[in-house]
Design a protein around this ligand. Structure first.
Ligand code: FE
Ligand code: CA
Length: 517
């Protein structure tokens, strides 16, 4: 459907429709800006066969309270075309940048042609936004030859330049999966610790503000992050599938629990602020506005008969990490039969959908590692309790319930690249192949990519075939014959302008859960 301003207001949830139409129509379109209002760029997300969601935010002074905007709604026009010059419009309409959501503005299109590249832009107060590009999904039953998916995440602002996003934006992806850690909520730090040597190194860039606790704190963190032109370029290159992990809220939070001893009621307030700010800055539909401080964010997308991708939420419904969440440890609670990663509703949705999927390839797009690797750190050996390995019972239950062929798991969080087989803890053949995509910046310079513990982790985990500690992103080339993953790494993130190269290519032949180098 094409949104007119009137139709949008008529269909908006009651809570958002409160400012009267007259107020919007009189004041909203006559607005003028002292500074360019599209300082945070544009984005598209959540593609369907007939559209996607367009996003922008009016912020003439992005680092000032309220982004430099008065507390009034502002009308925003959007235009969509098959040509970069907008010779002919495929869609256009009006939407509203509401002050309640930091003057973010969005439009979910549902009247476009399948499997087509479109360009889009916004107009407000006589100013035009940069132009973005996005591709609709193929029609549900279409014969699709190939799909190219980009994967990225873990972009600590202080630990590096967003060069990975500059290169990702040039990859001509059908869509980009961002697995999370888009912001890091911590306080500004002048120095970081080199993860390999343990030595202090100067922060490449510095966060503004304080540790994020309030809505204003999170808004400032997103504004600073989204001012980065390389990140804006990647957003404008393709529709994104946005996902949140822990650092959008609090390091290693799960369910209703903060990382530390914050009382749950107070953590709920923080999560509510964080989820609102996430919604305000992500290209997700209007219907995702947080309810009671929650955004479910699990959904599926299909590229014709070739690929069905299911984006999971492994944070919001998870039970507490076992073993005090101590890395490389183990304890009886790893086998807690009441433990949960997805929650019952999401797990049933996943299993039912996957087991009926007609697609040749099925992908799980998610946040934390599914392989149950044995890790060693500081003389201890054990699992990573903040991964599926810490939840042995729901992990084995899920693997035993899955019948879909050609299953590939895409993961982030580790700040390293990994490729390996997902095997049940109870033994038996691999059920899936997992590709873990490294961080865009988190962890800083990766040197030659070889960590001191690399030989040990490979030798104690026969299911693991590849580890690499460099920054970058990954590109998935999916065809009927094979799934090909390219690990793309950046030579430096402490200076702008780093070069990209392909560190490794892996191939999964259709019909067999094996990795071919
Ligand atoms: Fe991270
Ligand atoms: Ca994380």
């Amino acid at each position: 459907m094409r949104f007119t301003r009137r139709a949008l207001l008529a269909s908006a949830p009651a809570v958002l429709a409160a400012p009267a139409l007259a107020q919007v129509s009189r004041a909203a379109y006559g607005v003028s800006f002292q500074r360019y209002p599209f300082s945070l760029g544009v984005a598209a997300g959540e593609p369907s066969a007939n559209g996607f969601t367009l996003w922008t935010r009016l912020a003439p002074e992005p680092l000032a309270p309220g982004g430099g905007m008065a507390a009034k709604p502002v009308g925003v026009r959007y235009e969509v075309s098959e040509s970069r010059e907008f010779a002919l419009l495929a869609a256009s309409g009006d939407t509203v940048a509401w002050p309640e959501v930091a003057h973010s503005a969005r439009a979910t299109l549902a009247n476009l042609a399948p499997d087509r590249i479109y360009f889009y832009r916004f107009i407000a107060g006589g100013e035009r936004s940069p132009v973005g590009r996005a591709r609709t999904l193929p029609a549900p039953g279409a014969a699709v030859q190939a799909v190219r998916l980009g994967v990225a995440g873990c972009q600590h602002y202080e630990e590096g330049h967003y060069t990975a996003f500059r290169h990702l934006g040039r990859e001509d992806c059908h869509a980009v999966f961002h697995y999370g850690d888009y912001i890091y909520e911590g306080p500004p730090r002048a120095t970081n610790t080199d993860r390999v040597t343990g030595e202090p190194v100067a922060a490449v860039r510095k966060h503004l503000g304080r540790e994020c606790l309030s809505l204003d704190d999170y808004r400032l963190r997103y504004a600073q992050t989204k001012m980065d032109v390389d990140l804006q370029f990647a957003h404008a290159s393709a529709a994104w599938l946005s996902s949140y992990d822990d650092h959008e809220i609090d390091n290693n939070w799960v369910g209703d629990l903060a990382q530390d001893d914050t009382p749950p009621d107070l953590f709920h307030l923080r999560r509510q602020a964080a989820m609102q700010a996430w919604y305000e800055h992500m290209p997700v539909p209007e219907s995702w506005v947080p309810k009671d401080g929650r955004i479910d964010a699990w959904r599926s997308l299909r590229w014709g008969g070739l690929l069905e991708a299911r984006v999971l939420n492994t944070r919001a419904y998870r039970s507490d990490q076992p073993c005090g969440d101590r890395f490389a440890s183990t304890c009886p609670a790893v086998r807690d039969p009441r433990a949960s990663v997805l929650g019952a509703a999401q797990e049933d949705w996943l299993v039912d959908g996957l087991n009926r999927s007609p697609a040749r390839w099925n992908a799980l797009l998610q946040q934390v590692m599914m392989m149950d690797l044995q890790r060693t750190s500081a003389g201890r050996t054990g699992i990573n309790p903040d991964s599926w390995a810490g939840y042995a019972v729901p992990r084995d239950r899920l693997l035993s319930r899955l019948r879909a062929p050609n299953l590939v798991v895409l993961t982030g969080d580790e700040h390293q690249n990994f490729a390996g087989e997902v095997r049940p803890g109870t033994g038996g053949p691999a059920r899936a192949i997992e590709f873990v995509t490294t961080s865009a910046t988190s962890g800083g310079e990766g040197g030659d990519g070889v960590r001191p513990d690399q030989a040990a982790i490979l030798s104690s985990n026969p299911q693991l075939k590849f580890v690499n500690n460099q920054r970058g992103y990954a590109v998935m080339n999916v065809s009927a014959e094979a799934w090909e993953t390219r690990f793309r790494v950046i030579d430096t993130v402490s200076r702008p302008g780093g070069q990209v190269s392909t560190r490794a290519i892996f191939r999964v032949p259709a019909g067999r859960a094996v990795l071919e180098a």
